[in-house]
Design a protein around this ligand. Sequence first.
Ligand code: BT5
Length: 321
Amino acid sequence: MKEQILKLLRANPDNYISGEEICRRFDVSRTAIWKHIKDLQEEGYQIDAVRNKGYRLVSIPDLVTAAEILEGLQTKRMGQHIVHLKVVDSTNVVAAKLADEGEPEGTLVISDQQTGGKGRRGRPWFSPPGTGIWMSLVLRPQLPMAHAPQLTLVAAVAVSQALTEVTGSQAGIKWPNDILFDDRKCCGILTEMNMESEEITSVILGIGINVNQVRSDFPEEIQGIATSLREITGHPIPRASVVQRILEKFETLYDQYVENGSFACIRDQWKKQSITLGRHVSAATSRGIITGVAVDIDEMGALVVETEQGQQKVYSADIQV
Ligand code: BT5
């Protein structure tokens, strides 16, 4: 009911909608309406209430609730079912649990704050309240296990395209899972896989994006390497609109990728967004450190590095550029 009242007010930004009309439309009492309006106001919606005129929505807060994300979202599956939480340890953990319980592909878990946000290899991901996007998508791709890391690359293309559009500045992919602006990290991606007898049952795609932080909001240890969309554009950005663009871009690329069964169809778009190719890199792999110039990405998503000993492929690593 609250969502329906919000939808009605949202559709009529220039008019007051009378309490009487809302009662008639939704068959509820005046008292019930007033309670929903008060709840919305508490969430941060600025609603003007004028005696004998009714209610008018004046401004919308920066929320990542289901109502805000679903409003105008142009996807078929991605984000059509949303679990929004105020605080959580890690959205990846919640999404993995929901996937185990049978939630369908495209289910989105999003939280205002994470207390145990995870990066790769047990590193922490700083996820303060109210300023970023901390979200995880449940995916159920029918892929050989060895292909799963490619989903990080597909997501990186979608996120970097979306962030480039939203900010008007070029976002770049640092292989494999970082999105940077001017060499500062704005987004990290963490893909985790659930398996049963050698088969992928689900993949959890975790995406963390700094949106409205200013430099002093970052903890000291990442102040020199992190940035936010606000820093890039010079103004705050509604988080829900960024989530929508990412879900839309990702659905298109993911469908293309799954249908083709190969990263080859995404490779050119990845190259266009890459800031890794052409640079001197030092890749810490399980086989040791590989240094040289990153010259290509192959059809499996491995980074091709031209070293003094010839070309070497890097499948998984942390890289310094
Ligand atoms: C990542 O790991 O970049 C993956 C981050 C994934 C976060 C999302 S949020 C939603 C979902 N739920 C989770 O629990 N995780 C996912 P990695 O490449 O290992 O980078 C981690 C490093 O990035 C840290 O060691 C810091 O140096 C740096 N870092 C941490 N928080 C950051 C932030 N907010 N912005 C920029 N850099 C950060």
